[in-house]
Structure formats: structure tokens, C-alpha cells
Design a protein around this ligand. Structure first.
Ligand SMILES: Nc1ncnc2c1ncn2[C@@H]1O[C@H](COP(=O)(O)OP(=O)(O)OP(=O)(O)O)[C@@H](O)[C@H]1O
Ligand SMILES: [Mg+2]
Length: 239
């Protein structure tokens, strides 16, 4: 039951949207997903309230420093993937969640390339490795990409980050109405109305490609959750 966390110290980078797209896609494909909503804005909790019961999806709200580890421990038997949505901050909860993760995704808006908040998370990951000896795998996911961004521009962005040793997912998350509307409509991209939401098929295709890449990077069985307690102790010392 791997723990996947979305983090960017800057608000509005697209963390919650990417987390929900991944969670609903994995659930649709039959994986049991537990979303830990550690974002004080509680967007995923609100989405879940609108949605009602959804197969393979469990949402836990009010996640704090103190409760994070027990949520992971108590739900691991009924969870294939934990997905943690964090606030746009760089605080102790963010550091703890990152330290307990199997993989951290850092969403960065492709169009703006305002990577400052992302850089803060990369710095935090570096400190965890150097000071606490905890190496967490991570990658940048470009979000809100406009369809006019060319393959050449993408390649250039990836090369820039690769120079700094940062992996970037091949699949960017496009700017799509469906990815915004899902929060109001509730449900998944597959329960939304094709007649009402433009380019829903393209949004679904994007979500599938994104999830496929995540599944390759973070296979269901690989997890550090077994050593959670030790990692948590180390983190408390490092914080
Ligand atoms: N791929 C996308 N397509 C369309 N709209 C998007 C996309 N990603 C994000 N948005 C919109 O951008 C805004 C910010 O996105 P989101 O809430 O996902 O960011 P966040 O990083 O979770 O922000 P915060 O730090 O405030 O929690 C929202 O209005 C959301 O609907
Ligand atoms: Mg958010």
C-alpha cells in the first residue's frame, strides 16, 4: 500500500486536482484508494460529500501531524494506494507526510513555470536525504498545460529539470474544464455527462496516461509502510 503525496509549497499549483484525478482513475481501475485530505481547504472532502459513496474510494479528513501515521497504519489492510493532498505550505505536516511517502509528486504549472514552490519541496527532499538519511523518490508533474505547448517546449523544460537531477513525468496534466468541474459535479470523469462537459474524452485519456505512468513508477506492492514507525521517529528528530 504505497503512499503517494502531492506537494508544492506554493498554493494553486494543481496539487488537489492532480491528486483527485489520480485517485478516481486508480479507483475506476479497481485499486482501493484512501485519500488523506490534509489540505485545510478540504476540497477533496467537499468533493466526496457531493459524490456520496464511491466504490474503492475512502476519504479521511482532518489529517494532522498527530493522526497521519495512525491513519496510514489503521487503513493499510484495506488500501492499495494512499494519496495525500497537502496544503500549499512548507510546514511540519508537509515534511512529515513527505517523509512517510513512497513517492512525492511535485505539480508545477507548465505554462507559468513558476517553480519556486516546487523548488522548496525539492530542497526539503534533499535535506531529508542529507540530514535524516531518508531518500524519497519524487518527480515533477507538469500541470495545467495548454494544448499549444509544443513537444519541443516540453522537451526543453524536461532537459532543464534533468540538468538538476529532477525527473519529470512524460504525461503532463492538461488544462481541462473536466478537471475543474469534477469538484462541483462529484463522481469521476466516467460519471460526468459527455454532452455537458467539453473534451471529456480527452480528459479521460489524459487521466489514464497519467495513472499508467504513476502505476509504473509506484507499483502496488512496493511500499515503505512497513517501516513507518522508524521513519516517523527519525522525522520527528529531523523536524
Ligand atoms: N488541469 C487543470 N485544468 C483546469 N483547471 C485546473 C487544473 N489544475 C488546477 N486547476 C484549477 O486551478 C486552481 C488551483 O488548482 P488546485 O486547487 O488543484 O491547486 P492546489 O495546488 O491544490 O492549491 P492549494 O495550494 O490552494 O491547495 C483551481 O481552481 C483548479 O480548478
Ligand atoms: Mg489544494
Amino acid at each position: 500500500m504505497p503512499v503517494i503525496t502531492f506537494a508544492n509549497a506554493k498554493g494553486g499549483a494543481g496539487k488537489t486536482t492532480a491528486a483527485l484525478i489520480l485517485a478516481t482513475e486508480l479507483a475506476t481501475q479497481g485499486h482501493r484508494v484512501t485519500i488523506l485530505d490534509a489540505d485545510p481547504q478540504r476540497w477533496i472532502t467537499s468533493w466526496h460529500e457531493v459524490t456520496g459513496r464511491l466504490q474503492n474510494v475512502q476519504v479521511i479528513s482532518e489529517v494532522s501531524m498527530g493522526s497521519l501515521q495512525s491513519h496510514l497504519r489503521e487503513n493499510r489492510d484495506q488500501t492499495d494506494y494512499f494519496i495525500v493532498d497537502l496544503a500549499g505550505a512548507r510546514d511540519a505536516l508537509v515534511a512529515t507526510a513527505i517523509g512517510l511517502s513512497d513517492h512525492v509528486f511535485i505539480p508545477i504549472q507548465g505554462c507559468a513555470m513558476d517553480a519556486k514552490g516546487g523548488a522548496q519541496i525539492l530542497e526539503l527532499l534533499k535535506q531529508l536525504k542529507e540530514k535524516a538519511g531518508i531518500a524519497i523518490s519524487h518527480s515533477v508533474v507538469l500541470t495545467r498545460m495548454s494544448s499549444v505547448v509544443t513537444t519541443r517546449a516540453m522537451t526543453a523544460i524536461k532537459a532543464l529539470l534533468a540538468e538538476r537531477g529532477v525527473a519529470v513525468l512524460d504525461t503532463p496534466i492538461a488544462e481541462r474544464v473536466a478537471f475543474r468541474d469534477i469538484f462541483d459535479c462529484g463522481g469521476t470523469l466516467y460519471t460526468m455527462d459527455e454532452g455537458k462537459v467539453s473534451n471529456l474524452d480527452k480528459a479521460r485519456e489524459n487521466a489514464r496516461a497519467f495513472a499508467a505512468e504513476v502505476l509504473r513508477l509506484v507499483p502496488a506492492r512496493a511500499s515503505r509502510a512497513g517501516s513507518l514507525r522508524g521513519a516517523f521517529r527519525t522525522l520527528r528528530r529531523a523536524a
